[in-house]
Every structure is written in C-alpha cells, then in structure tokens.
Design a protein around this ligand. Structure first.
Ligand SMILES: Nc1ncnc2c1ncn2[C@@H]1O[C@H](COP(=O)(O)OP(=O)(O)OP(=O)(O)O)[C@@H](O)[C@H]1O
Ligand SMILES: [Mg+2]
Length: 512
C-alpha cells in the first residue's frame, strides 16, 4: 500500500512517575520521504516522543501507525523490524570494540549462522559507506575515534539494519561547526535515497537549511506544524518559546582593575594520547576581573588541555598558573574550587554531575561537607533542599520534582542548566566555562548568555571556550584565537569580523 505517512503518532500521552506529563495528547505525523524537524524547548518532550516511537517507552495512551498500519512497538527490536532506527542524544557504543564490530553486533542477521563472517560484514558496510558518502575507519576502536566519527558509526549501525525511517536526536549538539556541515549533507543524501528523516535540533539555521516541515511542541503539547519553505528561522524560534526573543550582546565595559585574576605563563601541556607531543606550547594569557576572554579555535587545538590544566584535572609539563596572585600549580581541584574558581565543564556526564544522584545533591555536590549543608558532621537536607530549589527556579530547570528526580531523568538541556546554575551561584571570582549552551534551546541560551554577561558587573573574570563563533562574538571582550596549541592572534570582541576569526582559526596570521 502506498501511504502518504510513514509515521502517525496519534493523541500520545506519556506520564512519568504518575506526575510528570512529558507528552500530552500529542499528534505527530511524518510524511514518507521528508525531513521533518521536531523542535521545542528543553524538556518539551521531544526525546520522550521519539523513545516511544523506538519502543523504549510505552505511551500512557494514544496509538502509532507505521506506513498506515496500526502497530504496537513493544521494544527497540520491534522498531528495527518496522524499519525505524534511532541515533540517540547520547551514544550507545562499546568503547573497546572496533567500528565494524559495533555496527554488526546485536544485528540478528549477523549471527544467523552462529559465527561472524568478518569479510562479508565489512563488504556490506563498505557498500553502505559508499552509497551515502559516510566514511569511517572500520578497524579503529571506538575509544580512539572522534565524537563526529562515533556518530557516523551510529548512523551506519542503523543503515546496516535496513532502517527506512531515521530519527536523529540532537545530532549536531555534540559536533563542531565543521562536522555539522558534513552531517547535514549526509542527512540530505539519505533523503535523496528515499529515507524518511526525523530531525531534532535547537539550531534554527540547520532546520531552515534541511527540513521540509517542522513540528513545534511546548510543555508536551503540539503547537503547530510549519512548512519550512514559507517560514523563517525566527518564526520557528518564536513559536517554540511563545514570545519574542531579544538579542543579548556584550556592552564592552572596561575592566576596573588591570591586575589579572588569572595569569597563565609559558604553559606547556602534553597531549592526552601521546606524552611526547605538546598539546599546548608556551601559552600565555591573562584574564582580568570583569573581563570575558574567549578562546576561539577549531576543536582539538589545545583547548581541552588548557582548561584541564587550569582546573586541576591535568598537570602541566612546564610553566605556571597564577590565580588570585597564588601559584596554583600544585593545588588540588578542590582547593582551586575553594579559592573561588567555578567551572562549567564541556562533558557534563564525565565531570559535571553524578547521574544517579538527585538533582538537589548534584547542585550542592562540591559543598556538601560545608556549612550550611553540613553542621557538626550532620547533613541538613532542608538546607540542601532550600538552596537547590532556589537554583532550580532561577535557572528554570524543568522536570526535577522539586530536586528529587535523579539527574539521569532530566532532559539533556535541563542537566546543563542545573550545572550552569550551580557554578554561577557558588561564590567565585573566576569562571572557566566550556561550551555553556551546548544542547540548550534558544530561550535558555538567551538566559545563560545574559548570566555570563552579568558576571562582568560582579567583577568576575570569565574564560570562555566555545566552538560556536556566534557565541564568542556575542560575549567576548577579547577573542584569543588558538591554533595547534599556540596563540595565533588576538582581537577585541567589539567589531570583530567572523571572516577574520575564521582565517586565524585555520592557522593564518591576520593583521588587525
Ligand atoms: N525516564 C524519565 N523519568 C522521569 N521523567 C522523565 C524521564 N524522561 C524524561 N522525563 C521528563 O519528561 C520531560 C520531557 O523530557 P524530554 O527528555 O523528552 O525533553 P526534550 O524535549 O528531549 O528536552 P531536551 O531538548 O533538553 O533534550 C522532562 O520534564 C523530563 O524531566
Ligand atoms: Mg532530548
């Protein structure tokens, strides 16, 4: 039968723990062969809806039609059989296995004869790679390849299982701008080959670029489905947040004091993967109170090592770091924190939070042994509750059940808001922040950007690492461009040109 719709999710309601309404009587219909964007604020219910489609959750009520036929999708294996594949927000690969093993493992046909025919599998994967121009080194181990490559493995994995309907849950949130262009191209190629695509993203320009239609959801309910030929990115954004958006921008006030709060002197740090090579070489940098200094650069040019050296996760091989006029080279992470350093890390799962702890516990994580949260060896849950609730309200962290929900139960963007709130409200005079708005919706980005700009008023020094040029340009007083572990140039944030920064990022020296 030739049905116009590949997917019809009708009147879907999903309630968690009898209280959290993640989807409310929501109808979502996707035509065969289109790229359909699913947009909504953090916690709006996008991932939940897709998890229902993929058989990870059962809806509380509502029904699903696949290619016009009513279906019960009881588990992901059933979803696979129906031709539905999903690239999750957080990858599910086995680190120690190779790329080809990850693609083939778990596929029923692979094990049909009880053994793996390695050559046959690799030939099949190579055919798929050629068809969609989606190349990965099949013999590499997952732990040794970049996030961008891991994502390709996830895509290959579902294509290997003959998926016709592909769901991408915020695939670009983990990628650099350079990798994003590549992925969007792959998605368009998939559409050309006749696949149906559901694409979740918070970035309106991406949606405008590739989507045929976009469905907007808010607080679990469907608001509207838009034809992207007739809709501007601004219109999608405003339908999503339900109000007009304002542009947040630095006013470029001068720092009050010339005495730096952070001074990095001739710092060299070895590469994580090879201790013979410097990831960072003779690096010098100053941040003054009330100043936002942004490090711009292509990911992997020493930013990670710089941040790890400053925050105490990694020992420099030479050079020093002076913070509050103290040489902190031998300070522990905890001591740096106590001295007034706040850190919003890039990887919120590895360093930002403990996923099995409650949101409240995560908010007081580093201060739990201090007053008022601990007194005479006793933990005060009422103080923890009071403090964390304040941050949850202020930063609009949704779905926390008054802080009692585990961090794992929060949507990706809401986890990030909790970490940002914790670090900004803790007493500090230096903020080290990496990719603060990754995975956040437009309204939340607006809010967090304003918060970072407000740090200037409080005379906090801010060191920002971001791969998003728009973010760097909106926030920085001074932009330092890093290339191959060295400062390649510096320019004032005011009147900075994207093209100039782009050239420097690529390694060219530019006169400013
Ligand atoms: N397993 C779960 N248990 C309890 N509550 C959950 C669970 N999964 C999601 N929720 C809640 O359901 C709501 C919708 O979350 P969901 O992850 O679907 O949002 P989202 O639109 O994908 O957001 P984001 O853009 O931040 O990824 C949130 O309030 C979230 O806290
Ligand atoms: Mg999500």
């Amino acid at each position: 039968m030739n049905n116009k719709h590949a997917i019809q999710m009708l009147n879907i309601t999903k309630i968690f723990n009898e209280t959290v309404i993640a989807n409310k009587n929501l109808t979502f219909e996707v035509e065969a062969g289109e790229i359909h964007a699913l947009v909504g604020e953090n916690g709006a219910g996008k991932s939940t809806l897709m998890s229902i489609l993929f058989g990870l959750y059962q809806p509380t009520s509502g029904e699903i039609l696949v290619n016009g036929k009513k279906t019960l999708i009881s588990n992901p294996i059933k979803a696979n059989k129906l031709g539905i594949g999903m690239v999750h927000q957080h990858f599910k690969l086995v680190d120690v296995n190779t790329v080809w093993e990850n693609i083939a493992l778990g596929d029923e046909d692979t094990l049909l004869f009880g053994f793996l025919d390695k050559n046959k599998i690799k030939t099949k994967i190579t055919e798929i790679m050629n068809e969609y121009k989606l190349y990965v080194d099949l013999d590499a181990k997952i732990q040794n390849i970049s996030i961008g490559m891991q994502q390709r493995v996830e895509i290959l994995k579902i294509l290997y299982r003959n998926a016709n309907i592909l769901v991408f849950d915020e695939p670009t949130a983990v990628l650099t701008p350079q990798q994003i262009d590549g992925l969007l191209e792959v998605i368009v190629n998939l559409k050309k080959a006749g696949k149906t695509i559901i694409f979740i993203s918070h970035k309106m320009d991406e949606i405008k670029k590739i989507a045929d239609r976009a469905t907007v959801i808010r607080h679990g309910e469907k608001i509207v489905t838009l034809d992207m030929k007739e809709t501007t990115p601004q219109q999608v954004a405003e339908a999503m947040v339900g109000r007009k958006l304002v542009e947040v921008k630095n006013k470029y006030t001068k720092p009050k004091s010339n005495e730096p709060i952070l001074k990095i002197i001739n710092l060299s740090v070895k590469k994580e993967t090879n201790n013979k090579i410097n990831a960072l070489e003779n690096f010098n940098l100053e941040v003054k109170p009330g100043e936002i200094v942004a490090i711009a650069g292509v990911e992997g040019n020493g930013q990670k090592e710089l941040i790890e050296a400053i925050t105490g996760l990694r020992k420099p091989s030479t050079g020093g770091i002076v913070f509050n006029k103290l040489n902190i080279n031998n300070f522990s992470i905890k001591k740096r924190y106590a001295e007034g350093m706040s850190h919003i890390p890039e990887d919120r799962h590895k360093y930002g939070m403990i996923l099995d702890f409650s949101v409240s516990e995560n908010i007081v994580l580093q201060q739990i042994d201090q007053k008022p949260f601990s007194k005479n060896g006793f933990i005060s849950s009422s103080e923890i509750q009071k403090y964390s609730q304040k941050i949850i309200n202020e930063f609009d962290v949704r779905g926390t059940r008054n802080g009692a929900a585990t961090a794992r139960g929060l949507s990706g963007g809401n986890q990030q808001k909790a970490v940002v709130g914790r670090e900004l409200r803790k007493e500090h005079n230096l903020l080290v922040v990496v990719q603060p708005t990754r995975g956040l919706d437009i309204g939340a980005i607006e809010y967090i950007h304003q918060q970072i700009l407000d740090e200037k008023i409080k005379d906090v020094g801010v060191l920002l690492v971001s791969y998003e040029l728009n973010e760097v340009m909106a926030l920085a007083d001074r932009i330092v461009v890093i290339n191959d572990g060295k400062v390649i140039g510096e320019l004032p944030g005011k009147n900075a040109k994207k093209e100039q920064i782009g050239l420097m990022m690529a390694g060219q020296k530019v006169e400013v």
